[in-house]
Design a protein around this ligand. Structure first.
Ligand SMILES: Cc1cc2nc3c(=O)[nH]c(=O)nc-3n(C[C@H](O)[C@H](O)[C@H](O)COP(=O)(O)O)c2cc1C
Length: 146
């Protein structure tokens, strides 16, 4: 069983709702989680793995509740060396920077020397109104590989 940080970014609540669901799924499966409405850089200090669940706002920008985490992690560079991470990004393909926030956070975790066992999941609001139905099978796959 793993200790997993959930790093959530959301403007209007869709990514937060998904993160809440995933938090419950992880606990049901026997994992422990660190999950804050506004993530802190210390959330990833002593974990086995990190799961980023974020939407994108503006023009490929991060939701404001995850900005402090992002800038603090860029500044303090907490090591995630060899540890797995995963990214689930909610976006809308009608925007030029589709899932830009997920791309930024993926790059950050690679800079912290994390490893992504499976590719980022991009959920397109143009294609589905039910992110859970896509995210939960992806989560099961990610869990088998961390
Ligand atoms: C003002 C605004 C700007 C957005 N900008 C982007 C963007 O640049 N790229 C993208 O992929 N999606 C963009 N989106 C789509 C959202 O990321 C998508 O609707 C997401 O499901 C919202 O999740 P949330 O409720 O957690 O914020 C934007 C949505 C709004 C309302």
């Amino acid at each position: 069983m793993a200790n997993i940080a959930i790093i959530m970014g959301s403007v209007y609540g869709a990514a937060e709702y998904l993160a809440d669901t995933i938090d419950k799924e992880l606990k049901k499966a026997g994992h422990t989680t660190t999950y804050n409405a506004s993530p802190l850089v210390t959330d990833i200090h002593d974990v086995d793995a990190s799961l980023i669940i974020t939407s994108t706002t503006g023009q490929g920008d991060l939701p404001s509740n995850i900005e402090d985490f992002y800038f603090a992690a860029q500044d303090k560079r907490p090591s995630h060396a060899g540890k797995p991470f995963g990214v689930i990004c909610l976006g809308d393909s009608s925007y030029e920077s589709f899932c830009g926030a997920g791309e930024k956070l993926e790059e950050l975790f690679y800079e912290l020397q994390g490893r992504a066992p499976i590719p980022m999941l991009k959920i397109d609001a143009c294609e589905t109104l039910d992110p859970d139905s896509i995210a939960l099978p992806w989560l099961q796959n990610w869990l088998t590989q961390i």
